[in-house]
Design a protein around this ligand. Structure first.
Ligand code: AMP
Ligand code: MG
Length: 396
C-alpha cells in the first residue's frame, strides 16, 4: 500500500483546523492576562511619565545659576509623594528625590554625588548644570494616545508593567483554543493505579494535556475510555458539551480488531490513513457533530510526535508563540533509516553541534523519549547516514 506523505496529512489537518484561527476576543483583568495574546493594539490614555520629575536624588536647580564651585541656599526638600511643590525661586535650590515632581522654575537636577552640603542649609555644586539634565519630561517614554502595545503579542511581565503604568486594568485577549483529550484503550489505567495483568498507565493523556497547555490551549475535558464504541461516543458528546473546539484522541486507529476510534468515526466520514512516517504511521481526522477530531495512534512516542507535527504549529500560531526551534546538527555516529519513511529518532544534543541518538526507533519507548532533548528528523529517502552527516533536529 502506498503510504501518504507527511506533508499531505499536515495539509489536511491545517484545512480541518482552519476555522480555529478566527477567534473572538475576550476581556480579562490584568491579573489574568499573563501569557494571553493581545487581541488589538492598546493606546496609552496618559503620558508616560505623567508629570515632569527627577531622575536622581539631588537638587532641583535653575541651570543658569550653576557654575563649578557655586554655593546656593537649599530652600525646600521635595519627596516622591503626592502634591505639587512650591515654585523654585531663582538663586535657590531644592533638595529633590528620584521620582519627585520638579518644582516650577527648575529646569535641571544636580546629582547628590556632585554636591557637598555645607553648614546652615547651603550646598556647593562641583559641576555646571545643563538645562534638562536628570529631568524626566512628561511623555518622554510614551505620549498619551500613542501605541503602548501592538496586537498579537503574548503578554509577559514587562507588558503587564506597561499596562499598569498607564492605569489600564483590563485588556482584550484572544480566546484560548478549547481542547478535549481522550485516551482510548481497554488496557489503560489512571497513572498510579495498581497495574493488573495486561494493563499499562495512560501516559498519552497527561502528555497531550501538558503539550497543549504549553502552547496556551485550555483543556476542557480529559478522558480515558475502554475500547467500546458507545463509551467512546459518550465521551465525544461530553467533550462537545464541555464546549471543546477541537478533540484529540489517541489509540484505536490501526488495523487491529478493537479499533474503537476508527470504527466510531468512519461512519462519520473520518479519513483514516497510514503515513510514510515512523513512528506515527496511522493517523486519522474526522468531524463529529461539527467539531474537528484529530486522531493519533496510541503508542506514546507516536502520539506525542503527532501532536508536535500536526496540531502544535497551529496552536502556536494562535497563541502568538514562535515556531518550535529546528537546528541543523551533525551526526555523532552513523545511522540507518527505513527507505520511503520519514523517520524521527530521539536524540541528545552534544557540544559543538553534534547529536547522538537515544534508545531505538520504536514507538513505545516512553522513557527514552524523556531522556532525549531533540528529535532527529530523517527525510523519506535517507537510508545510510555516516557520522558527520548533517541532519535536521527539533528541540524538545
Ligand atoms: P493502539 O494505537 O490503540 O493500537 O495502541 C498502540 C500501543 O499504544 C499499544 O501498545 C497501547 O497499549 C499503547 N497505548 C495506547 N494508548 C496509550 C496511552 N494512552 N498511554 C500509553 N500507551 C498507550
Ligand atoms: Mg488501542
Amino acid at each position: 500500500m502506498a503510504r501518504t506523505p507527511v506533508a499531505e496529512h499536515e495539509g489536511r489537518v491545517r484545512a480541518l483546523l482552519a476555522p480555529l484561527r478566527t477567534r473572538d476576543a475576550e476581556p480579562v483583568p490584568l491579573a489574568a492576562a499573563l501569557g494571553r495574546v493581545l487581541a488589538g493594539a492598546v493606546l496609552s490614555p496618559i503620558d508616560l511619565p505623567p508629570f515632569r520629575n527627577s531622575q536622581m536624588d539631588g537638587f532641583a536647580v535653575v541651570a543658569g545659576d550653576v557654575s563649578p564651585g557655586v554655593s546656593l541656599p537649599v530652600v525646600a526638600s521635595i519627596p516622591a509623594a503626592a502634591g505639587a511643590p512650591a515654585p523654585l525661586v531663582a538663586g535657590t535650590v531644592a533638595r529633590i528625590m528620584t521620582g519627585a515632581p520638579l518644582p516650577e522654575g527648575a529646569d535641571a537636577v544636580v546629582a547628590v554625588e556632585d554636591t557637598v552640603t555645607t553648614e546652615g542649609g547651603w550646598v556647593t555644586i562641583a559641576k555646571a548644570a545643563r538645562a534638562g539634565s536628570y529631568v524626566r519630561e512628561v511623555g518622554s517614554d510614551l505620549a498619551a494616545g500613542s501605541e503602548l502595545l501592538p496586537a498579537g503579542i503574548r503578554l509577559g511581565s514587562r507588558h503587564l508593567a506597561a499596562l499598569a503604568a498607564a492605569g489600564i486594568t483590563e485588556v482584550a485577549v484572544e480566546s484560548r483554543v478549547r481542547l478535549a483529550i481522550i485516551s482510548t484503550g481497554s488496557e489503560l489505567v489512571a497513572p498510579g493505579d495498581q497495574l493488573g495483568p495486561g494493563q499499562i498507565s495512560d501516559s498519552n493523556g497527561p502528555a497531550l494535556v501538558a503539550a497543549a497547555r504549553e502552547v496556551a490551549a485550555e483543556i476542557v475535558l480529559e478522558g480515558r475510555v475502554v475500547d467500546d464504541r458507545e463509551a467512546f461516543e459518550a465521551l465525544l458528546v461530553a467533550a462537545i458539551a464541555a464546549d471543546a473546539e477541537l478533540i484529540l484522541t489517541s489509540g484505536g486507529i490501526s488495523q487491529g480488531d478493537y479499533e474503537v476510534v476508527r470504527e466510531t468515526l468512519e461512519p462519520h466520514g473520518a479519513i483514516v490513513d497510514v503515513l510514510a512516517m515512523q513512528p506515527g504511521g496511522p493517523q486519522a481526522i474526522a468531524t463529529y457533530r461539527e467539531v474537528p477530531v484529530v486522531c493519533f495512534p496510541g503508542n506514546p512516542v507516536s502520539s506525542q510526535l503527532s501532536f508536535l507535527l500536526f496540531v502544535e504549529p497551529l496552536l502556536r500560531e494562535i497563541a502568538g508563540l514562535p515556531d518550535r526551534i529546528r537546528v541543523t546538527r551533525v551526526l555523532d555516529t552513523p545511522l540507518t533509516s527505513v527507505a520511503g519513511k520519514r523517520q524521527f529518532l530521539r536524540g541528545r544534543a552534544l557540544p559543538d553541534g553534534r547529536v547522538e541518538t537515544v534508545g531505538g526507533p520504536s514507538s513505545h519507548l516512553v522513557a527514552a523519549l524523556a531522556a532525549a532533548d531533540v528529535l532527529v528528523d530523517l527525510p523519506e529517502d535517507a537510508t545510510e547516514l555516516p557520522a558527520g552527516a548533517s541532519v535536521e533536529t527539533w528541540e524538545l
